[in-house]
Design a protein around this ligand. Structure first.
Ligand code: OOG
Ligand code: MG
Length: 266
C-alpha cells in the first residue's frame, strides 16, 4: 500500500518538475535536453499531464487560453519531424502576433514558421462530431502562420517530448477572417520569405480537408474531458514542412480564396 502511494506521489512530482522545466525553457528561450534523454521516459498520457501543468503555469502568470492547435495533421510535417501521430496543445494570448506586425527573434530559441488555416468557433465543440456539425460550428476561417519553437536541443524530440513541450507552440498570426462555409478541401498555399516562395502546398495536405482537423480537435478535446468553447481559435496544422525564421525576414502566406497572413521578424 505505502509503496503504491509512494510511486503515485513520485509520478505527480515528476510531472510537475518536468512542467516547470519546459515552461522555464520557453519563458527564458533556453534549450533543454529532451526529457526522454534525461531519463524521464513519459507515456503519452503523462506527457499531456505535463502539458496541462505547464499551461497552468502560463495561466498563473496571467495568460489566457484562446484556442488550440493541432499538430502533425499532414504527412509533410510527420516526415519532417520523424513522428507518426497527431498531437494537440493550447494556444494563449501571449503567443498572438498581430497580423502584419513584428516579432523579435530573441523571444525564441530556434523558431520556424509554417502555413496553416485557422477556424473561429461560434458554437462549442466536443466529442465525436460529423463534418456537417463541425462546419455549422464555424464562425469564420482565415489563413494563418504558426511560429513553432521546440524547447529541446537541435529541435529534436519524441512524440511524448513534443507533447510535454506544448507541441512547440510559440506564436501565431491570423489573416483577415473570411466567411465560413467555403470549400477548403484543396486551396493552394504559398509561403514566401521576402517575396520568394519557400514552401508550396495545398490545404488538402491537412488530413485531406482542414475541417477534418477541426473534427479531430473536437474529438481529442472530448477525450480529455474538455470542450472547445464558442469564440475559440483552432489551428488546423501545417500544410507543408516548417521553415527556419531568419533575422529581418518578411513572411507572407498566400492562401487561395482566403487571402494572406504576414509578419516581419526584427
Ligand atoms: C510540433 C508542432 C507541429 C504542425 O502544424 O504540424 C505543428 C513541431 O513540429 O515542432 O504545429
Ligand atoms: Mg503548426
Amino acid at each position: 500500500m505505502s509503496n503504491l502511494k509512494l510511486s503515485n506521489h513520485s509520478v505527480d512530482e515528476k510531472i510537475s518538475v518536468l512542467a516547470k522545466q519546459v515552461d522555464d525553457a520557453a519563458f527564458h528561450a533556453r534549450a533543454i535536453m529532451q526529457l526522454s534523454e534525461q531519463g524521464y521516459p513519459l507515456s503519452l498520457a503523462e506527457a499531456y499531464h505535463v502539458q496541462d501543468q505547464s499551461l497552468g503555469r502560463r495561466l498563473a502568470r496571467g495568460e489566457q487560453q484562446v484556442g488550440i492547435k493541432m499538430g502533425f495533421t499532414s504527412r509533410a510535417k510527420m516526415i519532417q519531424m520523424g513522428v507518426d501521430d497527431m498531437i494537440w496543445g493550447p494556444l494563449t494570448d501571449e503567443m498572438f502576433i498581430e497580423e502584419g506586425g513584428e516579432v523579435a527573434l530573441d523571444k525564441f530559441i530556434h523558431p520556424r514558421v509554417e502555413p496553416e488555416i485557422a477556424f473561429l468557433l461560434k458554437k462549442p465543440l466536443s466529442g465525436n462530431v460529423t463534418l456537417a456539425e463541425v462546419m455549422a460550428a464555424v464562425e469564420a476561417v482565415a489563413p494563418a502562420l504558426e511560429v513553432i519553437d521546440s524547447r529541446y536541443n537541435n529541435f529534436k524530440f519524441s512524440l511524448e517530448d513534443v507533447v510535454a513541450d506544448n507541441c512547440s507552440s510559440s506564436g501565431f498570426t491570423i489573416g483577415a477572417w473570411q466567411q465560413a462555409g467555403l470549400d477548403l478541401s484543396n486551396l493552394g498555399m504559398v509561403m514566401e520569405f521576402d517575396g520568394k516562395a519557400v514552401q508550396i502546398g495545398s490545404s488538402a495536405a491537412i488530413l485531406g480537408n482542414p475541417y477534418r482537423s477541426l473534427a479531430a480537435a473536437a474529438r481529442v478535446a472530448g477525450e480529455a474531458g474538455k470542450v472547445l468553447p464558442a469564440g475559440s481559435i483552432v489551428l488546423a496544422g501545417a500544410a507543408t514542412a516548417a521553415q527556419a525564421l531568419t533575422p529581418g525576414v518578411h513572411v507572407k502566406l498566400h492562401c487561395e480564396k482566403l487571402g494572406v497572413a504576414e509578419f516581419s521578424v526584427v
